[in-house]
Write a protein that binds this ligand. Sequence first.
Ligand SMILES: Nc1nc2c(ncn2[C@@H]2O[C@H](COP(=O)(O)OP(=O)(O)OP(=O)(O)O)[C@@H](O)[C@H]2O)c(=O)[nH]1
Length: 473
Amino acid sequence: MTKTAFARHRRSLKFERNLALIFGLLGLTLAIVIALHWFLVLKPTLRAEAESRASALAQAQAQSIERLLGSGLPAERLRNELQTTLDGMLLIKDQSTREPFIEGIALTIDYDLFDAPGGNLDLVQGRDDCAECFVAHIPLYHPQDRLLIGIATCYSNPAFLEQLLNDVRVNLLWVGVVFLCLISFAWWETDRLLRRLRESESNLRSVFEAAPFPMVLNEDGQLGLRQANRAAKAYLDLREDGSEHFSSELWLTLYAAGLPTDVSEPRETPIPAADGTPRWALVSAIPLQFSGVPSQLISLADVTELKTIQDELRSASLTDGLTNIYNRRYLYLRLTKEVDLVKRYHHPLSIFLFDLDHFKQVNDTFGHGVGDEVLIQVASALKGCLREVDVAGRYGGEEFLVILPHASAPEALEVAERIGAVIKSLQWSQPALRVTISGGVQQYKGEELDEFVELADRKLYQAKTDGRDRVVG
Ligand SMILES: Nc1nc2c(ncn2[C@@H]2O[C@H](COP(=O)(O)OP(=O)(O)OP(=O)(O)O)[C@@H](O)[C@H]2O)c(=O)[nH]1
């Protein structure tokens, strides 16, 4: 495992641990919230509710006692009736739990107010003490004159509250279990999703790494590269710079040359190899977010070979195959450009159009091969007579054109005569061979391009008719 892969693996483990911790804390928080809610809210609320219900029930039952106390029955009979009523109350049961609602009742009568001989109506039926029971003290009033004549103390059975609490507890437990299941499911799903993401990231990394062309990932505003595939490391001679970034002289050159800003417009950039060999790369950049940081995915395609072929084709399309000097197409393109410059800067521009004399005769006498040799040698001699700014080319069969920027007609005439003299003095493989030229020199005076050349051609024709081996200015 490489250093970077190991660091990545460690980061992934740490992330998984953090995720498990987050979900664990979530579960624990939920359990604590449920427990706190149970002890602080639900249980007291349910207890208060049960107490108030027990008290209301006892209150309702106490009315039958009040009725008896106001009935005016003799004391002994009243005592028996009260006992029977209290026993009846103890028999009322909760239908759901089959437990009696009231476990015990104690009657305490105020005999002074009741206006009866004291003692014998204070009754205790059922349990007179119940630690868990709800105790309700119900005041007893005389039904006619509404005087407080006693207190009925009811001990209500807590069993139905227990039942209620159990039901709620079970429900709460289920809710907790369902929540924990949901959290576990969320954890499992998140983990699965992350695994898939990691898988897809790893696949992308593999594709990135195995891509046969150089690809690098550059964070905006950073010189060092965040990622580079094998091809890029080799192509750009990249090295790790110690901070998990890659860099090299070649990358810095490419960066300094400017990266393309438009996805649809890749840019051809010269990137010499580490050993200085000239190379060209087609650079394209796709903007993207990498770990939340604005970045660019830069891919390079080496187009050196293509560029060489292109250059060769371009050069071939502008060069004459026999003489290896410019052809008529290039001469026209160049002359157009020179005329534009003259129109802008108003400097002189002249051309010299010349033609070999009696060239047909040369071919006929010495053969076409010798004719070709003459053309090649004339072209070569022509190049030797010119300044750097001058341009010479083969205009037609045995016709040549020389473009002389910044040369007035007299200056161009001087050059033309020198060319004529040089060609005339050339030595040939055939001792009997003599080569002379006739030509015309014309300075540009604002006419159309074709007319400009036509004027030079007319002078060439004049030179021919004047006897050849001369230049007309
Ligand atoms: N060897 C060779 N001959 C060529 C080439 N291109 C044109 N020619 C020949 O050049 C000759 C031109 O002949 P003409 O136009 O009659 O002109 P000329 O014989 O030079 O006579 P003037 O121009 O009047 O002095 C023709 O015989 C063409 O075949 C070429 O590439 N190689």
